[in-house]
Design a protein around this ligand. Structure first.
Ligand SMILES: C[S@@+](CC[C@H](N)C(=O)[O-])C[C@H]1O[C@@H](n2cnc3c(N)ncnc32)[C@H](O)[C@@H]1O
Length: 483
């Protein structure tokens, strides 16, 4: 795409013009009649919503949200009235608006996110190689990994794109360094920071290469380019290295950039290979003295994976040839399956905790993962002394239920289920005796006391260890237990 030329006075003028017309969450919901519903960001909605888009705010919506074209695009006079003549000229000169046959259209989209304005390239199937994506499902997965403490922490976002995630953390008081290899992304991230009156330290370069040597961060985040083995390169989507080598090098190199309490939190894709399955490969990437937590969001065979991305990219021409080339690339690496998911890496000795797919995740996931790994570390600590004295309790939000289920035409129960409701929603079936022990674990009784009359101490230890590993039980630190 043509380079953007964004002068520093554009952001304050654009933010002021947005305030004048009421281009914010409440204003948009009122104009579009969508109170209580998410505001859409799609041309698909343009025909039904365009008739409502009158006045200054309506012009903004047609320009930046619906990105109307043809006869529904604002005229130059309408745009001048809604933006002011000089701002319109500046936006056109910067490459953020286009003037065609007396009408104004926008190559970019401007949405309201987290109370601020956020500009990116619009979603859609076909994009240029330097396309800057809008916040999407994978971005929100990384957002869900946010740790409990943000204010005052030093965060690094690699591959910041529009800067949307970095700005969410900055709004909550983190100090942010944000990098990207795409100059268009850095230009938009800079504009977005200025639109919100926030500061991001923006640096251009590949992974850790542009960082000041010796700098360490409390949180390093990346929504890594998430498609593996594609035959051509979109910067936001394709890592540009064979297979999962990109994320492997990221994980391997992170140790020297993390503070003592720091962690890496990323969305990634990884491969099962003929000679090694995915989780053990990811485990082998962990730097010495670091532990990890890996959650599978989706798993596909190579064929299904390639087909789903070809459909997503709208690349219909020469479909069979493209499919063959892409699957051929993956098979030549020995790939058998492709997984996408989330990974947390932090200093520690707990190895890799592997979490199969869940029904859903929520924004408390980052805090839940930290507590989960802390519980494992505490259990190991007790194991070195006397684990029988460990004080254990259900994790916050754990539901214990019992019911009957019908299988193969016969009653086959009762089914006892432990259900997590914070961070990840999962349902795990457990033995009724294990459930009885769990329901007695209150953080005050020891495991042996809770198991009395139900399980032998040895069996109770084995079962509780498995539930700690699965993130269903919390283990008090020695201080908490004493308190
Ligand atoms: C999946 S997008 C995520 C963008 C943004 N963080 C988000 O979640 O909306 C990946 C980003 O990483 C950037 N990127 C690609 N290769 C990179 C590299 N080697 N080093 C740093 N950033 C890179 C891309 O330009 C893109 O902005």
């Amino acid at each position: 795409m043509p380079p953007l030329a964004i002068h520093s006075h554009i952001a304050p003028a654009l933010a002021a013009a947005a305030r004048r017309v009421g281009y914010d969450e409440a204003g948009l919901a009122r104009l579009l009649g969508l109170e209580g519903e998410p505001v859409p960001v799609s041309r698909l909605t343009a025909p039904s919503l365009t008739p409502r888009c009158t006045g200054g705010l309506g012009t903004w919506v047609r320009l930046f949200l619906l990105r109307s074209t043809g006869r529904t695009a604002p005229t130059a006079r309408e745009a001048e009235r809604a933006l002011g003549g000089s701002l319109l000229a500046e936006l056109v000169a910067a490459g953020l608006l286009e003037r065609r046959a007396g009408r104004i259209t926008s190559p970019v989209q401007l949405v309201v996110d987290d109370g601020g304005l956020l500009m990116s390239d619009p979603g859609g199937v076909r994009c240029a190689s330097d396309h800057v994506m809008a916040l999407g499902p994978s971005s929100l997965d990384v957002w869900a990994l946010t740790p409990a403490e943000v204010a005052g922490r030093r965060f690094l976002e690699l591959g910041t794109g529009s800067g949307g995630l970095a700005l969410r953390w900055a709004r909550r008081g983190a100090r942010l360094t944000a990098t990207d290899v795409n100059p268009r992304a850095l230009a938009l991230a800079g504009l977005n920071a200025a639109l919100s009156g926030l500061t991001l330290e923006l640096v251009e370069g590949d992974r850790f290469a542009p960082l000041v040597p010796g700098e360490r961060y409390d949180g390093i985040f990346m929504n890594a380019p998430f498609v593996i083995g594609a035959p051509h390169r979109l910067l936001f989507r394709d890592p540009g290295e064979p297979g999962d080598d990109f994320v492997a090098s990221l994980v391997r190199g992170v140790g020297q950039h993390l503070s003592a309490s720091g962690s890496l939190r990323i969305a990634l894709a990884w491969l099962d290979l003929v000679e090694a399955e995915g989780a053990s490969r990811v485990a082998s990437w962990l730097p010495d003295g670091h532990e990890g937590w890996l959650h599978v969001r989706r798993s596909h065979s190579v064929d299904r994976y390639v087909e789903s991305w070809l459909a997503e990219s709208g690349e219909r021409g020469a479909y069979a040839a493209r499919c063959r080339a892409w699957t051929g690339t993956l098979r030549s690496l020995g790939a058998t399956r492709v997984h996408t998911g989330l990974l947390v890496v932090r200093p520690g000795g707990g190895g890799l905790t592997m979490v199969p797919s869940a029904e859903g995740i929520d924004a408390s996931l980052g805090a839940v993962v930290d507590r989960w790994l802390d519980a494992k570390a505490q259990w190991t600590h007790h194991a070195h002394h006397d684990v029988r004295h460990a004080r254990v309790s259900p994790v916050e939000g754990l539901r214990i239920s019992q019911g009957w289920c019908a299988a193969a035409g016969a009653w086959d129960g009762p089914e006892t289920v432990l259900e997590t409701t914070r961070g990840l929603s999962r349902r795990l079936q457990v033995d009724a005796r294990v459930m009885a022990v769990v329901s007695r674990l209150d953080g005050r009784r020891t495991v042996v006391e809770a198991a009395e009359g139900v399980l032998s101490p040895e069996d109770a230890m084995t079962q509780v260890a498995a539930l700690v590993e699965a993130g269903l039980l919390d283990v008090s630190t020695r201080e908490e237990a004493v308190g």
